[in-house]
Design a protein around this ligand. Structure first.
Ligand code: FNR
Length: 186
């Protein structure tokens, strides 16, 4: 059966380049990966008080969704050389309450992108730091710091450059193998 891969994106913007990247990667993915974008825009800002007497419905649904997933693909822009707060909030909501981290052992990968030259390196690595703590086996190579994201897609959301498409295909196939390897290990 295909592996269910949850995609979490770090932008809520309607015309988000990150969302375009998510859709393009869904199109590139092999049949062995069933990729779905999950909404994080409705998650209340994490506050431990809200866990009691019972957590917000949106948190419960989100946590269940991650728990059921075989893997998680994070796709993010960079805000102020770090990850956007909305994405950090999704990381925090899924990690809590203490001892019930739903991200644990889920194979993960990160694609970061920016209209600038540096490909959101800062966001990618700040996120990576949290995933280490959350005990997610996160693919290390190949890396995806995609620069000049404003010039990646045509009006239909397809990659303009063959080389970008080829690189991201390589990335997603490597992630597919990475997920397989983690399954064998566990
Ligand atoms: C940005 N942007 C940005 N870009 C970057 O490469 N490094 C950065 O540190 C920042 N910082 C930043 C802060 C804030 C508050 C905003 C709103 C934007 C620009 C950002 O990369 C650009 O807006 C992207 O297009 C955002 O991604 P989406 O929404 O297109 O997916």
């Amino acid at each position: 059966a295909p592996i269910n891969v949850v995609i979490i994106t770090g932008s809520l913007r309607r015309d988000s380049l990150t969302l375009k990247m998510a859709k393009a990667l869904i199109d590139l993915a092999p049949p062995s990966l069933k990729m779905e974008i999950v909404n994080i825009g409705n998650l209340q800002m994490y506050n431990e008080d809200l866990e009691i007497p019972f957590p917000p419905e949106e948190w419960v649904i989100f946590r269940e969704r991650i728990k059921k997933a075989g893997a998680v693909l994070f796709i993010t822009p960079e805000y102020n050389r770090s990850l956007p707060a909305v994405l950090k909030n999704a990381v925090d909501v899924g990690s809590a309450p203490h001892g019930q981290n739903v991200y644990k052992n889920k194979p993960a990968a990160i694609v970061s992108l920016s209209p600038g030259a540096m490909g959101a390196f800062g966001a990618n690595h700040h996120l990576r730091q949290s995933l280490v703590f959350l005990d997610m086996p996160t693919m290390q190579q190949p890396e995806a710091y995609i620069g000049y994201s404003g010039q990646l897609f045509d009006d239909n959301g397809a990659f303009i450059q063959k080389s970008t498409k080829a690189y991201l295909l390589k990335f997603i196939l490597a992630f597919d193998r990475w997920i397989e390897i983690q399954k064998v290990k566990s």
